[in-house]
Design a protein around this ligand. Structure first.
Ligand code: NAD
Length: 478
């Protein structure tokens, strides 16, 4: 089936009429076709968003929030169908895709609820007759650029706050997972969101991303994706004086101290390293383990890694599906080959060529043992099912290694020592810190984001979304 862009309340063909196949990473077969849009399509969408802003921004918060609730209802009616589409185009397992779709629904509920929350302060003045208060105003039409690894949840957690706070939107979803974004946009359309308030242009980032960032109609850009593209966007947006919110890569450490609950530490290491085929920005990729527990931890980790069921992500019981695309497949296999030169391979280390999986982008869950963090595989984000083990002799050494990275998204420690837990919270350079739970696992009502090169701009999700999607006015009323 062929899908269209959504511009000014209509599903319309791309200006030059080009389409690309949306491929299933399990077998490389075409699932459907989506527009290969051009800058002209972006211009139509940004013009529509600009036009709609005047009316949309004047609605009450609650009027805007109602549309989110209705869209959530439409999504709720077909969670299983949406999740099957998500799994088919992205490769995460069906239970994970159901979880992600439900999260998108909860995010819409949450931000419709934010429409009834306080959005300002009253501040005492020196003058008894003056009331000082703050109020929030929307920024205008915003550009949203999203990746493939959470193809419905990330669009939801950008679109929902953007809309409830009074902005209009042009979204460019990842070219690798357009159908998941389509479902969200269709739900907003079914909910009756006025024409031009939400616009969605499908296509390749390199073809149309710059046009969206550069558009004079677009006042701010929220981007989630790689550091390479995020940095390009930041430079361009900064020159143009636009606000940016960037959520980018990670190389997240998970520390296991000698006194840790080993069952829990191993379970989270497996889950955070290999679920979603390791393709989470918060995935645990560096397992930093204290010497006294190292051998036992290693033995259990390898046993469990070697028994993970890799296969068609739609099949019941599959733990890990394929990586998302040919590009990602090559990139992960190249890093694994690099790892074989500079580290000890303990598990996996190859593509999977069994008859049932050989057409897909399947990689074995892979574990390396690394002596020094100077090696490339310990420094670069791999974004695939590859974890590395590092042995340390103390808490201090563990934290030093954890921080020895340009990234700072998420970090975890497993220990029963309260003092060291608190020191870890204080000393680790990460935007999200977990004690006795894995690096993955965030909740939409809490701020999400990292330190160092992982993030830039105000935090996403939770109440902090308001800081990106609005500007503040301070009012002196006499
Ligand atoms: P990517 O940077 O290749 O693409 C992200 C988006 O940018 C896509 O929609 C793409 O089409 C678009 N794009 C590509 N070139 C562009 C250009 N020149 N101008 C404007 N847009 C352009 O990233 P990806 O491969 O889709 O996603 C994987 C990356 O995303 C990983 O690095 C991962 O860590 C990161 N990520 C971060 C978070 C987070 O919240 N920190 C969450 C998920 C994924």
């Amino acid at each position: 089936m062929r899908y269209e862009n959504y511009i000014n309340g209509q599903w319309i063909e791309p200006s030059l009429g080009g389409y690309v196949d949306n491929l299933n990473p399990h077998n490389q077969k075409a699932l459907d076709q989506f527009p290969a849009s051009t800058p002209e399509d972006i211009n139509l969408a940004t013009a529509a968003a600009k036009e709609a802003f005047t009316t949309w921004s004047k609605l009450s918060y609650q009027q805007r929030g109602e549309y989110l609730l209705k869209a959530a209802d439409f999504l709720s009616e077909k969670v299983e169908d949406i999740a099957r589409d998500l799994t088919s185009e992205e490769g995460k397992t069906l239970p994970e895709a159901i979880g992600e779709t439900n999260r998108a629904i909860r995010v819409l509920h949450y931000y419709s609820g934010e429409a009834t929350q306080s959005v300002g302060d009253i501040i005492p003045s020196v003058n008894p007759k003056t009331m000082i208060y703050t109020k929030r105003v929307p920024i205008g039409p915003v550009g949203l650029i999203t990746p493939w690894n959470f193809p419905i949840a990330i669009p939801a957690w950008k679109i929902a706050p953007a809309l409830v706070y009074g902005n209009t939107v042009v979204i460019k979803p990842s070219e690798f997972t357009p159908k998941s974004a389509y479902h969200l946009i269709d739900a907003l359309h079914q909910a009756g969101v006025p024409a031009g308030v939400v616009n969605c242009v499908f296509g390749v980032g390199g073809d149309i991303g710059a046009e969206l960032v550069d558009s004079p109609d677009i006042k701010a850009i929220s981007f989630t994706g790689s550091n390479k593209i995020g940095n390009v966007i930041k430079q361009r947006a900064t020159i143009l004086g636009k606000s940016v919110q960037l959520e980018m890569g990670g190389k997240n450490p998970l520390i296991v101290l000698n006194d840790a609950n080993i069952d829990k530490a191993v379970a989270f290491s497996i889950q955070d390293g290999f679920m979603s085929t390791g393709q989470k920005c918060t995935a645990a990729s560096r397992l930093i383990v204290e010497a006294g527990i190292y051998d036992e931890f290693c033995r259990r980790l390898l046993d469990q890694t070697n028994s993970l069921k890799v296969g068609n992500p739609l099949d019941e019981g599959t733990y890990m599906g394929p990586v998302v695309s040919a590009r990602q497949y090559e990139s992960v296999l190249t890093m694994i080959e690099q790892g074989k030169k500079e580290a000890r391979l303990l598990a996996g280390g190859n593509e999977i060529n069994t008859p049932d999986l050989k057409e897909g982008f399947y990689v074995q869950p892979t574990v390396f043992e690394v002596d020094s963090q100077s090696v490339e595989i310990a420094r670069k984000e791999i974004f695939g099912p590859v974890v590395m083990l590092l042995k340390v002799n103390s808490f201090d050494e563990a934290v030093e290694l954890a921080n020895d990275t340009s990234y700072g998204l998420s970090a975890a420690i497993f220990t029963n020592n309260l003092t060291l837990s608190q020191r870890f919270v204080d000393e680790v350079e990460a935007g999200m810190v977990h004690v006795n739970s894995g690096t993955v696992g965030t909740e939409f009502q809490a701020p999400f984001g990292g330190m160092k090169s992982s993030s830039d701009g105000p935090r996403e999700q939770g109440k902090t979304s308001i800081d990106f999607y609005t500007k503040m006015k301070t009012v002196y009323m006499d």
